[in-house]
Design a protein around this ligand. Structure first.
Ligand code: 18C
Length: 257
């Protein structure tokens, strides 16, 4: 009986570290799958306007305002050689390296480690004059899903970030910062070009197709023209810097499929 109880304790402990048992789980699962679907839709329809183009990278926006606030949805696509979708998403999710590529950040705190694949973040972002400084409170979730082409090759990876509340977070209305409301996803598909004569796959055979979608409500007053100027500068800067960072980190490491 003692051995049985011990085993039961272990099972309970193991299960409690899974995100499936967290009160946020239903929302995490729903929003992640919605974002995956949304990211896969093309930009041909739906009124997307291209605003930045450099090499393989294309960035589109839809101008939209809610209560006079700019909330323009953004969708970007990029193709990066030599890395996998798993690698790309790993670095986007991993808090240890965020300061290496995220240039809008002043401070980052992990409020809760829900599980290996889910964290709750409080981030303080740099202030842009003349608007008030912003913070962001969101869960972040990483997972793999079967590839859309139904191949037995590498899976597709997604990281989804979505605003939430948290007991440990300062209340925004009494706080020093205005809290933004965000839904962001990065979806990455790996394409492997089969090497000739059955040789081993190297990084030269890899291409990663990145889709990045973002909807940010500034949460309070911000001058529309300044805000649009900020994101038109910051999004391309982010995606170029981030993908270059991942490429550099991975180039001499074994491939993480
Ligand atoms: O997705 C990205 N990063 C993730 C990890 O950090 C996460 C972050 C989301 C960004 C939240 C943005 C919070 C407000 C930022 C304020 C602007 C800072 C600019 C600093 C310039 C020095 O998902 C990559 C994010 C890429 C950067 C996006 C910039 C978006 C601008 C949106 C503006 C809304 C705030 C209003 C500020 C008013 C300006 C006049």
């Amino acid at each position: 009986e003692a051995a049985f109880k011990e085993r039961l304790k272990t099972i309970i402990l193991l299960n409690s570290t899974k995100s499936e048992n967290h009160p946020l789980w239903t929302e995490i699962d729903r929003v992640t799958l919605e974002q995956l679907h949304y990211a896969k839709l093309g930009v041909g329809e739906g009124g997307w306007d291209i605003f930045a183009e450099e090499g393989e990278m294309r960035m589109y926006k839809r101008e939209q305002e809610i209560d006079g606030r700019v909330v323009d949805p953004l969708k970007a696509v990029h193709t990066v050689k030599g890395v996998t979708g798993h690698e790309m998403c790993h670095y986007f999710f991993n808090p240890d390296v965020r300061m290496e590529w995220e240039t809008t950040l002043e401070q980052m705190t992990i409020l809760e480690s829900v599980s290996e694949d889910t964290l709750v973040f409080l981030q303080i972002h740099k202030r842009v004059w003349p608007a008030a400084q912003r913070d962001a409170l969101f869960w972040s979730h990483i997972r793999s899903v079967p590839d859309a082409r139904d191949s037995d090759g590498p899976r597709t990876w997604i990281v989804c970030n979505h605003s939430t509340d948290h007991d440990k977070a300062p209340e925004c209305k009494n706080g020093k910062y205005i809290r933004v409301d965000l839904t962001v996803c990065m979806v990455c598909q790996t394409i492997v070009e089969p090497p000739k004569n059955g040789a081993e796959v190297t990084r030269d055979n890899l291409t990663c197709k990145v889709t990045y979608c973002s909807e940010i409500n500034p949460g309070g007053w911000a001058p529309a023209a300044a805000l649009r100027a900020v994101y038109k500068r910051e999004y391309p800067k982010f995606l170029k810097k981030f993908t270059h960072y991942v490429y550099e980190q991975c180039k001499n490491k074994p491939i993480l499929f």
